[in-house]
Design a protein around this ligand. Structure first.
Ligand SMILES: Nc1ncnc2c1ncn2[C@@H]1O[C@H](COP(=O)(O)OP(=O)(O)O)[C@@H](O)[C@H]1O
Ligand SMILES: [Mg+2]
Length: 235
């Protein structure tokens, strides 16, 4: 298994945000984490990327335990996090934002190759590379934070609610780009409240409720599961 979360809990004071969560992510797959607001989805991504440290449990990546590592160490190991809320550096240009994504790398040729690939995924970023990031639309800012994450040259990319607040057309555009990123051989952990979108892209899915996994399985099977349909797909 490329990435494993084993019996992991995260507490904020006495409150548990996630409780005894186990999730396996196989190399080259898209894994969807779905669930309502407050279910613990972002906390799981934050724990993987070293922004929260589990109170119990272990997180393993490529045969190595990573739950005591810093966020910088985890980025360098090959896990990139696209946090919720599209936080760009607003006064920097698009190009400068992308360069920030490669902060931990020194291989200029590989960085140039990845920049070219980001511009292929996101032609709009190429057109707007000199524009201040804060003046771009919500959809363009989402593209920029995804592009910035790709600039770290990750094996795994964690995406937190990339479709939130975007128009249906832009959601489809983001979905297409996630497919392309996956087709290039990257592993994706996709957090979404838009369960239909996430499960239609993923191979496997996990359903979270109040900090626990209540259902897991093949994404296609989850799309046809009665409970999932009723609760998350509007019947
Ligand atoms: N920094 C924090 N301090 C206290 N409670 C938090 C913090 N972050 C998240 N929580 C709580 O943990 C639970 C899970 O939150 P979160 O992982 O953000 O859920 P989701 O991403 O599924 O909406 C929620 O009850 C939330 O209020
Ligand atoms: Mg969240």
């Amino acid at each position: 298994m490329l990435l494993s979360i084993k019996n992991t809990s995260v507490h904020f004071g006495k409150v548990s945000a996630i409780e005894d969560i186990s999730i396996d992510v196989e190399e080259g797959t898209i894994v969807a984490l779905i669930g309502a607001n407050g279910a613990g989805k972002s906390t799981i991504l934050r724990a993987i990327s070293g922004l929260e440290h589990p109170t119990t449990g272990e997180i393993w990546f490529e045969g190595e335990r990573i739950d005591h590592c810093s966020p910088e160490e985890i980025t360098i190991k090959g896990i990139a996090h696209v946090p919720e809320g599209r936080r760009v550096f607003p006064y920097m240009t698009v190009m400068e934002n992308l360069e920030m994504g490669a902060f931990a790398r020194s291989d200029k040729a590989a960085i140039a190759r990845d920049l070219k690939s980001v511009f292929e995924h996101f032609p709009r970023l190429y057109e707007r590379q000199k524009q201040a990031a804060g003046t771009m639309s919500g959809g363009e800012q989402q593209m920029l934070v995804m592009g910035r994450a790709l600039m770290s040259g990750p094996k795994v990319i964690l995406m937190d609610e990339p479709s939130l607040g975007l128009s249906p057309i832009l959601c489809q555009e983001i979905a297409k780009i996630i497919k392309e990123i996956h087709a290039q051989g990257r592993t994706v952990v996709l957090v979404e409240q838009n369960a239909r979108l996430a499960l239609s892209l993923a191979q496997r899915g996990y359903v979270l409720e109040t900090g626990s996994v209540v259902l897991e399985g093949e994404a296609k099977a989850l799309l046809h599961n009665d409970k999932v349909r009723e609760t998350y797909l509007g019947g």
